[in-house]
Design a protein around this ligand. Sequence first.
Ligand SMILES: [Zn+2]
Ligand SMILES: [Zn+2]
Length: 327
Amino acid sequence: MHAMVLKKLRTDLVWSELPDRHPGPGEIRVHVAACGVCRTDLHVVDGELPDPQVPIIPGHEIVGRIDELGPDVTGLTVGERVGIPWLGHTCGVCPYCVRHRENLCDRPLFTGYTRDGGFATAVVADARFAFPLGDKGADVALAPLLCAGLIGWRSLRLAGEGPKLGLFGFGAAAHLITQVAKGQGRSVFAFTRPGDTATQNFARGLGAAWAGDSDTRPPEPLDAVIIFAPVGALVPLALRAVRKGGRVVCAGIHMSDLPGFPYALLWEERQLVSVANLTRQDGLDFLALAPRMGLVAQTTVYPLRQANQALADLRAGRFEGAAVLVP
Ligand SMILES: [Zn+2]
Ligand SMILES: [Zn+2]
């Protein structure tokens, strides 16, 4: 197999030939057809997540077909198309796992962070965390659903049901969640880096009711805001944008430090929460909903060998929507 391997933190991934791997008990091997590029991959490369492990193969928005089953795998077959998400394994016995909050498991494994991911021609995964994808939809179009879509979906649920939703940071997740929120009859207010009129136009094109700079106020108070950008300085701006009792959801795994801000921004029962990871139920719910809503991922495709270029373009905001690697 071949892979783009992170050998040392804060360096380019290296194209590498590796011995073929075989699935152990309860595992499957998946021949990768497409793997999305997520901001979390940048945090992995940059060493911004706790206890980084190298060498590691990043990538956790994997679409491919099973080409080998390990012992004791039930319910999946060779040739079946599956998606492999960020949540790669949970212990099943910690207080979070047994209370249906496996996203907070005490002993998890995460694809592309603490177990090898999909910037590769093949990946070995825990079969219980693979989502059957069926045969509808293109591999490339499905890949961004597996994190941008899923984490966006969990964030949207945590944001509550208010009709006026703000999104700070309009990348892969926001462009999908705008479509979901519109489908639910909500109005979306999109905040981008100041002056990024291209992305503001992109947001309007997807149906956002309003789009503007992150340092401006929306035309009316919002019920909730989801912050997808990894920028702590956005938190007080988001709190300022929500009404009394409104909620701000921080959707990313990493953020720069939050600045101090007046308590008045939180006062009046505004809430500030974060979203961590996903549960398998989130995945099943969202992947069933996505085709019914006709979600369309806008993708920019890169050959697997150009993963470093894709990461650089993501960092610089050089494309709209999501980047996807194809082996
Ligand atoms: Zn657990
Ligand atoms: Zn991700």
